[in-house]
Design a protein around this ligand. Structure first.
Ligand code: NAP
Length: 305
């Protein structure tokens, strides 16, 4: 029986693990992939305090992971399937076992949202990618497309110019959701060309990506843009598959929390990208993880009384 089980080993889950284990709780962190979450596949993180030169996402997350382990958090590499959380003993059913704890922190994060256009599934891994850090090097000297106008699209678009000869950033309007610094950096990069007021209607190719069909939303004009790869950065959606009605979520599936990160179920907290929050950054995920772990400590102390 664990004191607390944390679902997800991204920045929120790892921070919760550091605080909980350091606070003397028997802590388990369940992770279905590599620790570090989406942050680990970010090439460089420039806005996490303490690293004025920036730090590689993988390197930073590796440090979080080491710190959680050093304090005694136990890592359980398994995929969560279902939850039974309504009683004092919380049960988490994974692929291979049932784990029990007195409290739970859900920090399962989010995943890239698909564009949902013809060709996307067919060419996934054959030119369609959601991770520039993972796949950018395959496009040395080639022409690639990035879709989106948020931080991820602009930052990863700039990163891709290290490899690609030309990067087209296709965005559906003229204004950008991304921070001004990321927009300016992309605008000043001679290898980046913006294709604005445009949407991708289809990804074209035979056995790998050869281009995209785009439509200008103002003129309705359709054109074909040749490219060897397409990186899709049109936002994220919660990793909510295992929640299955146990936890209250808002209309997009993000977990609704109170200001102390409590969910609708006693002893169950949510932290980081999976919760309904106005900002999704490593810095905010870290704050969430710390608060959730401290709230768990208080909850467990009250259970004893
Ligand atoms: P995001 O901020 O939600 O931006 C998604 C972008 O995709 C928006 O520009 C949106 O256009 C566009 N879009 C959405 N659906 C589309 C569709 N069907 N077709 C075409 N375009 C579509 O997502 P994100 O950039 O992945 O970032 C996710 C979160 O992580 C954000 O909170 C972000 O700040 C954070 N993040 C931060 C950093 C950093 O600070 N260094 C880096 C990466 C990510 P509209 O603008 O028109 O809606």
């Amino acid at each position: 029986m664990y004191d607390v089980l944390i679902i997800g080993a991204g920045p929120a889950g790892l921070t919760a693990g550091i605080y909980a284990a350091r606070g003397g709780l028997k802590t388990g962190i369940i992770e279905m992939g590599m620790p570090g979450g989406q942050a680990a596949s970010t090439e460089k993180i420039e806005n996490y305090p303490g690293f004025p030169e920036g730090i590689g996402g993988f390197e930073l997350m590796n440090k979080f992971h080491q710190q959680a382990e050093a304090y005694g958090a136990e890592f359980i590499f398994d995929e969560v399937q279902t939850l039974e959380l309504r009683h004092d003993v919380k049960k988490i059913h994974t692929d291979s076992r049932t784990l029990e704890s007195k409290a739970v922190i859900i920090a399962a994060g989010s995943k890239p949202r698909p564009l949902n256009v013809p060709g996307e599934e067919k060419f996934h891994g054959r030119g369609v990618s959601y991770c520039a850090t993972c796949d950018g090097a395959f496009f040395k000297g080639k022409q690639v497309i990035v879709v989106g106008g948020g931080d991820a699209a602009l930052e990863e678009g700039s990163y891709l110019t290290r490899f690609a000869e030309k990067v087209f950033i296709i965005h559906r309007r003229e204004g950008f959701r991304a921070a001004q610094i990321a927009v300016e950096r992309a605008k000043n990069n001679g290898k980046i060309q913006f294709v604005l007021n445009s949407v991708v209607e289809e990804i074209l190719g035979t056995d790998h990506v050869e281009g995209v069909k785009i439509r200008n939303v103002k003129t309705d004009e359709k054109t074909i843009l040749t490219a060897d790869g397409i990186f899709i950065y049109v936002g994220t959606e919660p990793n909510d598959k295992f929640l299955q009605g146990e936890i209250d979520v808002e209309n997009r599936g993000y977990i609704i929390t109170g200001n102390l990160l409590q969910t609708n179920i006693n002893g169950v907290y949510a932290a980081g990208d999976i919760r309904d929050t106005p900002l999704r950054q490593v810095a905010t995920a870290v704050g969430d993880g710390a608060l959730a772990a401290v709230e768990v400590e208080k909850y467990l102390a009250e259970l004893k009384d």
